[in-house]
Design a protein around this ligand. Structure first.
Ligand code: FVH
Length: 294
């Protein structure tokens, strides 16, 4: 049966930056909250705010049907729950991990009599409990379990269910974060180019942000081409033209005394695709090159 969002008890294991933010959101919404952290001192402030601090992970797990875990990594989850009775518990694991380890953790939990839902958090701690910040968690695993606890899970941050495969939340999480690191790499290179000049980085930043936001829309076109299999569909700037431009980027980096090491790997893939005869295509063929050697 669906628990009432306002009254369902929640246990939370892990009071790092993220766990503490989650805890405060559940407390603010009136959930009876039991918390545990390996270093007990981190539970003290939350106990003063109304949480029950358990002496052990086992005691914390015993306190609620819904057990949320938010620890450093999958090894921490194994360490914290080693020997703990999970029979009949609903375990929701928000710890960042790989798809394979999420699937293994789901099997591990189910062997111990628990139902399991994996989560990948697309938010940083200041976004927790702030709906307008737009953060959310990808969930995967049992849809029934997700629906059962959806209201409580939606209290700290938004929810997006992405499938029965327990590895899919981690896969979505890591895919988006990987794209983010590619973006950060581009941002670092751009700032390096202007760093030694009389250009105010604070004035430059909004130009960068607006350009990246506009160019990010290109992901929709990439997706449409991946679906149709026609990488020449609706091409705006073809690969041949873009590869022809790459020496300008490398020469500018050299002139500015900036290492090209963040740009070169992507340019090399673009060139390989062009040499394979795909000059009229978009950049979408790079996706296939990344898969080809695996
Ligand atoms: N903070 C962020 O910006 C990101 C946003 C996206 C999601 N991540 C993931 O969330 C998980 C928790 O991250 P966190 O920010 O809370 O991390 P920390 O502040 O470093 O806290 C780590 C907690 O894990 C406990 N812990 C570590 N090792 C063990 C262990 N072997 N056994 C039991 N607990 C362990 C640690 O306990 P303590 O050091 O206080 O005793 C903290 O409670 C994470 O997967 C991020 O990738 C956050």
């Amino acid at each position: 049966t669906q628990n009432s969002a306002a009254t369902s008890p929640v246990t939370l294991l892990g009071l790092g930056a993220m766990g503490t933010a989650l805890a405060r959101a559940w407390l603010a919404a009136g959930h009876p909250l039991t918390v545990w952290n390996r270093t007990p001192a981190r539970a003290e402030a939350l106990a003063a705010e109304g949480a029950k601090a358990a002496d052990s992970a086992a005691a914390a797990v015993a306190a609620s049907g819904l057990v949320v875990v938010c620890l450093l990594d999958d090894d921490s989850v194994g360490a914290a729950l080693d020997g703990v009775d999970l029979t009949g518990k609903d375990l929701v694991n928000l710890t960042t991990t790989t798809p394979a380890r999420a699937r293994a953790r789901a099997a591990w939990a189910e062997e111990r009599g628990a139902r399991y839902l994996d989560g990948g958090i697309m938010a940083v701690p200041p976004m927790i409990g702030v709906p307008e910040a737009g953060g959310y968690v990808f969930y995967s695993g049992s849809r029934e379990l997700f629906e059962l606890h959806r209201a409580a899970l939606a209290v700290p941050v938004g929810t997006r269910y992405v499938g029965e495969d327990a590895g899919f939340a981690a896969l979505h999480d890591v895919a988006l974060l990987s794209a983010m690191y590619g973006m950060f790499a581009g941002v670092a290179h751009a700032f390096a180019l202007i760093r030694r000049e009389d250009i105010d980085p604070v004035a430059f930043a909004p130009l960068l942000v607006d350009w990246l936001a506009a160019m990010a829309q290109g992901a929709h076109g990439t997706a449409a081409q991946l679906r149709s299999g026609d990488y020449t569909e609706n091409v705006v700037s073809n690969l041949a033209m873009q590869v022809a431009g790459t020496p300008t980027f490398l020469a500018t980096a050299e002139q500015q005394g900036v290492s090209p090491e963040l740009l070169q790997p992507y340019f090399a893939l673009m060139r390989r695709r062009l040499e394979a005869g795909s000059g009229e295509e978009d950049l979408t063929g790079v996706v296939d090159l990344l898969l080809a050697d695996r």
